[in-house]
Design a protein around this ligand. Structure first.
Ligand code: C5P
Length: 417
C-alpha cells in the first residue's frame, strides 16, 4: 500500500505516455497522492486534461509560469514529494539528467530534487542500445537512479527488442517495493567522509591527491538506501551530491575534522576520505613567485587524523567506526596494524598499487578486518562494495545493545575467519 505517499510523476515524450493515466489510476488506487508534470513532447501522446482528471490535480507543464510559481515554486514541487517517478523516461530526458541540463520544467525538477528518482525508460531498441544511452544510464545508476524495465517485446515502431516501458503494474510494484523494503538502518545516523582534501600553499596552489570520492559517495548513498540518516563530508570532487544524503563540502583536512565533529553524536562513522597527511605549515597570503635563484622550501605540518579522533573512547564515540587502508603491499598486515593504531572497529583494506587500477577507477577489492579475522570480498564495483558494506553494518548493529556492537580484538595477518 502507498497510503499517504506523495509521488511526483514526470511524463516525457514517448508513445508509452498513453499508459500513464492507467499508471496514475493504479498509484492512486494504492492510496498515493500523485502530482503530474509533463514535457512538451509528452503532450503529443497524452493530454494534460486526461492526466489532470485521473490525478485529481492540475498538471504542471511550463517552467516559467507565474501562476505556478505563486502556487508552488518548481523547486518546491520536487521536494514536496516522497519519490519522483519518470515514466516514460525518454532517451532525451535521461541524457539531460545525466548531463545536468535543465531547460524545461521536467529536467529542472530532476536536477533540483533531493529525493530518490525511479525511472521507467521507454524508447526504440536502437536508441536503448546506443552507447550514449547506456553510458548515461551507467552514470545515472552510479548516482543512485532507480530503474524499472524496460521490457523486451514488439515496439510501436515495428521493431523487436528491449525498450518497451515496464507495464504500469510493474511500475507500481517497484514503487511499493521502494517504500516497503526493509531498511535495517532506519533510526540510525551515519557520518561518511569522502574525496581528497586540498591543503593550500598559497592562493593558487595546493597539495592534493588522486582520490575521486567515488567509494565514499557510494557508501553514503548505500547507507541512506538502507534507511540511515546520512551526512557526507566531502573534499573537492567531480561528483554530484548523492540523493537523500545531507552533503557538506569542505576543502582542507582541518575543515573536514570540524565538519565531522559538528555532526556528532552519530551511530556509524565511515572514513573513506583520502585525507592529506600533511599541510603547508604556513599558507602564503600572496602567490609565491619564482625569483630565478633559490627554490622555495615547503615546510609541512601534520594534519589531524579524523579517523583516529572519531575512534577515541568517549560519550560521543560512534558505535561503529570504520576506516579504509589504501596500501600497495602487505595489504592485510598493514591494515590490521592501522586498525590498532587508529582505534577503529573495522578497516577496509584495498590494494591501490598502480597495477590494481583502484585509485580513481570504477572497481575495488576489499579485505575487511575486524577484531576477529578477515573477510576477502571479490573484486566488484565501488557501488557493489558500498552495498555490501551497508548490509554488513546493518548485520553488525542489528539488535545489539551499544556495548556489544563494539568490535573485539585485532587479528594476525593471514588468519582466516
Ligand atoms: O593513515 P592512512 O591515511 O593510511 O589511514 C587511512 C584511513 O584513515 C582512512 O580511513 C582515512 O579516511 C583516514 N584518515 C583520516 N584522517 C587523516 C588520515 C587518514 O581520517 N588525517
Amino acid at each position: 500500500m502507498l497510503s499517504g505517499k506523495r509521488l511526483l510523476l514526470i511524463v516525457s515524450g514517448g508513445i508509452a505516455a498513453y499508459k500513464t493515466p492507467d499508471l496514475v489510476r493504479r498509484l492512486r488506487g494504492q492510496g498515493a497522492e500523485v502530482r503530474v508534470v509533463m514535457t512538451a513532447a509528452a503532450e503529443q501522446f497524452v493530454t494534460p486534461l486526461s492526466l489532470a482528471s485521473v490525478s485529481g490535480q492540475r498538471v504542471y507543464q511550463a517552467l516559467f509560469s507565474l501562476t505556478d510559481e505563486a502556487e508552488m515554486g518548481h523547486i518546491e514541487l520536487s521536494r514536496a514529494a516522497d519519490l519522483v517517478i519518470v515514466a516514460p523516461a525518454s532517451a532525451d530526458l535521461l541524457a539531460k539528467l545525466a548531463n545536468g541540463l535543465a531547460d524545461d520544467l521536467a529536467s529542472t525538477l530532476l536536477l533540483a530534487t533531493d529525493k530518490e528518482v525511479l525511472a521507467a525508460p521507454a524508447m526504440n531498441v536502437r536508441m536503448w542500445e546506443h552507447p550514449a544511452t547506456q553510458e548515461n544510464l551507467a552514470r545515472l545508476k552510479r548516482r543512485g537512479l532507480l530503474i524499472v524495465g524496460p521490457d523486451e517485446g514488439e515496439m510501436a515502431c515495428g521493431e523487436y527488442g528491449p525498450g518497451r516501458m515496464a507495464e504500469p503494474d510493474a511500475i507500481v510494484a517497484a514503487v511499493a517495493e521502494h517504500f516497503n523494503m526493509p531498511r535495517p538502518l532506519s533510526g540510525l545516523s551515519a557520518l561518511v567522509t569522502s574525496g581528497p582534501t586540498h591543503e593550500p600553499i598559497d592562493p593558487v596552489r595546493y597539495i592534493a591527491n588522486r582520490s575521486s570520492g567515488r567509494q565514499g559517495h557510494a557508501i553514503a548513498h548505500a547507507l541512506a538506501h538502507q534507511g540511515a540518516a546520512v551526512t557526507l563530508v566531502t573534499g573537492p570532487v567531480q561528483l554530484p551530491d548523492p540523493a537523500g544524503v545531507k552533503t557538506v563540502h569542505v576543502e582542507s583536512a582541518r575543515e573536514m575534522l570540524q565538519a565531522c565533529q559538528a555532526e556528532l553524536p552519530v551511530d556509524i562513522a565511515v572514513c573513506a576520505a583520502a585525507v592529506s597527511d600533511w599541510r603547508a605549515s604556513e599558507e602564503a597570503t600572496q602567490k609565491i613567485k619564482k625569483d630565478g635563484s633559490s627554490l622555495p622550501a615547503l615546510q609541512l605540518s601534520e594534519n589531524p587524523d579524523i579517523l583516529a579522533q572519531l575512534s577515541k573512547a568517549g560519550a560521543q564515540r560512534p558505535r561503529l567506526v570504520i576506516g579504509f587502508a589504501a596500501e600497495t603491499r602487505d595489504v592485510a598486515a598493514q591494515a590490521a596494524a592501522k586498525r590498532d593504531r587508529k582505534g577503529c572497529d573495522w578497516i577496509l583494506a584495498n590494494d591501490v598499487s598502480a597495477e590494481s587500477g583502484t585509485f580513481g577507477g570504477p572497481d575495488n577489492s576489499i579485505i575487511l578486518i575486524d577484531g576477529q579475522g578477515r573477510e576477502d570480498w571479490p573484486r566488484t564495483s565501488k557501488e557493489g562494495v558500498a552495498e555490501r558494506l551497508a548490509v554488513r553494518i546493518a548485520q553488525a548493529l542489528e539488535g545489539k545493545p551499544e556495548e556489544e556492537s563494539r568490535m573485539p580484538e585485532p587479528i594476525q595477518d593471514g588468519q582466516q575467519k
